[in-house]
Design a protein around this ligand. Structure first.
Ligand code: FES
Ligand code: FES
Length: 160
């Protein structure tokens, strides 16, 4: 079937079977490979996108369910001039990534958090990231990056 949605502000269409996951559709039909797939079982959060403004793991949704929705992926996060947005820049500045596999999902999750809660505490950041797994950083620098992106003082050593 043909599936059409708005992705990063543009109308996009592609072919999907009933069982095609939104994560696969974005990557394989639309070529938006910034949405990563680390598990396909709703655990790692690497596939996190926004659908109609809500944070969603794209492997938990069928592409057909996203018909007519407004989807934002990591490719839509940079500033209009192509420079990194505030959250992306903070991840770079505070070394919030190593291999980078989890990073698109982390940035999408962080963005959703800051929309709901512009000045989250360290505890609130950690709670919000429960659904996003990082195997490299130990999370401390990710938390620092999000604190910085929200304009708050960055703790010298983030607590567990
Ligand atoms: S690929 Fe979707 S949660 Fe891991
Ligand atoms: S930076 Fe490697 S998994 Fe997070």
């Amino acid at each position: 079937m043909k599936v059409t949605m708005t992705v990063n502000g543009k109308s996009m269409s592609g072919e999907a079977e009933g069982r095609t996951l939104l994560s696969s559709f974005l990557r394989e039909e639309l070529g938006l490979t910034g949405t990563h797939v680390g598990c396909d079982t709703s655990q790692c959060g690497a596939c996190t996108v926004h659908v109609d403004g809500r944070q969603v793991k794209a492997c938990t949704m069928f592409a057909a369910e996203a018909e007519g929705t407004d989807v934002t992926t990591i490719e839509g996060m940079a500033n209009a001039d192509g420079s990194l947005n505030t959250i992306q820049q903070a991840f770079q500045d505070y070394h919030g990534l190593q291999c980078g596999f989890c990073t698109p999902g982390m940035v999408m999750a962080a963005s959703s958090l800051l929309e709901q809660n512009p000045k989250p505490s360290e505890t609130e950041i950690r709670e919000h990231l429960h659904g996003n797994i990082c195997r490299c950083t130990g999370y401390h620098n990710i938390v620092k990056a999000i604190m910085a992106a929200s304009g708050q003082d960055v703790p010298a050593v983030a607590a567990e």
